[in-house]
Design a protein around this ligand. Structure first.
Ligand SMILES: NC(=O)C1=CN([C@@H]2O[C@H](COP(=O)(O)OP(=O)(O)OC[C@H]3O[C@@H](n4cnc5c(N)ncnc54)[C@H](O)[C@@H]3O)[C@@H](O)[C@H]2O)C=CC1
Ligand SMILES: C[N+](C)(C)CCCC(=O)O
Length: 527
């Protein structure tokens, strides 16, 4: 069965060795031909004839003369109203069955899904790499995070329960924790598989079904998750995948049979999603952008602080919402910090994302690379110093020439009013700022409309907690950065979002309470 699924997804060059220990794919060889929409338990094609769109492989392009065109990995088949209706209807049917199952029964299927994800880890990670451009090392960790999330919510599924409340005269009330119905998940392109898992796992554990729309830039791996749930024994239609962009997303948000929308993406799109959901008074979870501060005090362990700054800026080619892109360093240690951070940034191996040694792959597409590079240009114009990187990078391997690579960049001499310090760049660009006092840095760190994450490095335990208390951000790190264990909530303050993903609290965002009053005496009527 597994071999059949693998075989159906990819057409590989005949010479590719099949042994599990050897990489199945090489950059520039994947060719996805199977349909990427999935509802009612199988891959589906859209009935719309004319609007297929190219999806590119960021690490490689057709030829150096086709830099903007890129190598086409597959065709996107965007869904219109008819397809969205079919997917929502499949999810509605699945909900009728799934929501009546006990938590233990749901958990059994989810645990099996987690087991299949583990078995297919390498295949999913490889597809994530060819579609997104990130390194295989990171892609494996993303798949693991998705799997852990499914395991975590499987374990919670059987614990969902209400409350019993005694009332006067032997009367009582109880609460039932009930699912919402068909939930919609809409994802960004930076963590395609992980986002699909982080949204579907809590939704399904609570007894909901889901229609998920990946970013049109990275459509390939969410559908693998939908297949996996099916293989694990989930009812047909439990997790459905519809492909498309803005139009498909709007159709989902406005659909009358959709009970909730969970969105990951930019602030402007998040606002639109909230507006559309408000038409049906539907709850939303919004995981939006960030411009997070990382504060490094002079008593920090310097190597750990530098490691933290690198983790805060260069995962996934810097395309991470929670990145700590404003690195505030206390004045006395600034020269040493800068020397070390630049040395280690220069050592980051850029190149073929499918190679084990690569630590930084390609940005997601050509327009995005151009946008990130233009932020570096703008920073120079505004007086920042490029301490390293910030240029397009051309790998020596001819097939990778023209992929969307750049050298990770550290900007020095930054001030709070510079564009690079104020706007989300969503690329491998770290801005280093100097500060003197705790009070000053807190004021500057909080001076933003965003509030997704924040970090502090210090050996002073009292200061660490005092600083964190004053930081206006949803996810704060002390002496680390950008780790997201699925057991703890993740999400933003201010314009970085509404609601949380992961952790126990997310049950609240995918379920509703029904209160039942039970009268044991007579009705004490006023009339
Ligand atoms: N807080 C978080 O967890 C994360 C936030 N992000 C944020 O996402 C952004 C980058 O991702 P992008 O995919 O470029 O964001 P985006 O906002 O352009 O798109 C996100 C998703 O929304 C869909 N969409 C676009 N217009 C829509 C509409 N009118 N109605 C419904 N759906 C619509 C897109 O097709 C895509 O699936 C960055 O700002 C980043 O900070 C990214 C990852 C995680
Ligand atoms: C896993 N982590 C922390 C690197 C990123 C999670 C949020 C995102 O999807 O950008």
């Amino acid at each position: 069965m597994l071999q059949r699924l693998r075989g159906s997804l990819l057409r590989r060059p005949a010479a590719t060795p099949p042994a599990a220990a050897i990489r199945c794919l090489s950059s520039g060889s994947a060719d996805v031909r199977v349909p990427l929409n999935f509802w009612a338990g199988k891959r589906q094609t859209s009935s719309r004839k004319c609007n297929k769109e190219n999806v590119y492989e960021p690490a490689t392009v057709l030829s150096p003369s086709h830099i903007c065109a890129g190598r086409v990995l597959c065709l996107l088949d965007p869904c219109g109203a008819a397809e969205v209706d079919q997917a929502v209807s499949a999810a509605t049917s699945a909900f009728a069955h799934w929501s009546k199952m006990s938590g233990m029964e749901r958990a059994r299927i989810m645990i099996e899904a987690a087991r299949i994800i583990e078995r297919r880890r390498e295949e999913i990670a490889e597809m994530e790499v060819v579609n997104n451009g990130k390194s295989i090392t990171e892609a494996r960790l993303d798949v693991d995070s998705g799997r852990l999330c499914v395991e975590y919510y499987a374990a919670l599924a059987s614990t969902l329960a209400g409350q019993h409340v005694q009332l006067p005269g032997g009367s009582f009330a109880y609460t039932r924790r009930e699912p919402l119905g068909v939930c919609v998940g809409i994802g960004a392109w930076n963590y395609p598989f992980q986002i699909a898992a982080w949204k579907s796992a809590p939704a399904l554990a609570c007894g909901n079904s889901m229609v998920f729309k990946p970013s049109p830039v990275t459509p390939v791996t969410a559908v693998m998750l939908a297949e996996i749930y099916g293989e694990a024994g989930a009812p047909e239609g439990l997790l459905n995948v519809v492909q498309g962009g803005q139009e498909t997303g709007s159709l989902l948000c406005r659909h009358p049979d959709v009970a909730k929308v969970s969105f990951t993406g930019s602030v402007p799109t998040g606002k639109k999603v909230m507006e559309m959901a408000s038409e049906g008074v539907k709850p939303v979870t919004l995981e939006l952008g960030g411009k997070s501060p990382l504060i490094i005090f002079q008593d920090s362990d310097l190597q750990n602080a530098v490691s933290g700054a690198l983790m805060a800026n260069f995962l996934s080619q810097g395309q991470v919402c929670s990145n700590g892109t404003r690195v505030f360093v206390q004045k006395d240690i600034l020269p040493k910090f800068v020397e070390e951070v630049v040395r280690r940034t220069r050592a980051i191996e850029i190149g073929d994302p499918l190679l084990e040694s690569t630590r930084m792959g390609a940005l997601v597409n050509h327009p995005h690379l151009e946008k990130v590079l233009s932020f570096v240009d703008q920073a120079k114009k505004e007086g920042a110093t490029v301490l390293c990187g910030g240029e397009a990078f051309v790998p020596s391997d001819p097939k990778l020439r023209g992929g969307y690579y750049m050298t990770p960049c550290v900007l020095g001499g930054c001030t709070d009013t510079m564009t690079c310090v104020k706007e989300e760049i969503f690329g491998p660009v770290m801005s280093v700022l100097s500060f003197e006092t705790e009070e000053e840095v807190l004021r500057r760190a909080n001076d933003t409309t965003m509030g997704l994450a924040a970090g502090v490095f210090t050996r002073d335990v009292k200061r660490a907690h005092r600083v964190v208390e004053h930081l206006k951000a949803g996810s704060c790190f002390i002496n680390n950065y950008n780790i997201t264990p699925v057991e703890v909530p993740f999400g933003g303050f201010k314009m970085s979002g509404i609601g949380r993903e992961n952790g126990q609290v997310t049950v609240e965002y995918y379920s509703q309470l029904k209160t039942v009053f039970v009268e044991m005496g007579d009705v004490d009527s006023l009339f």
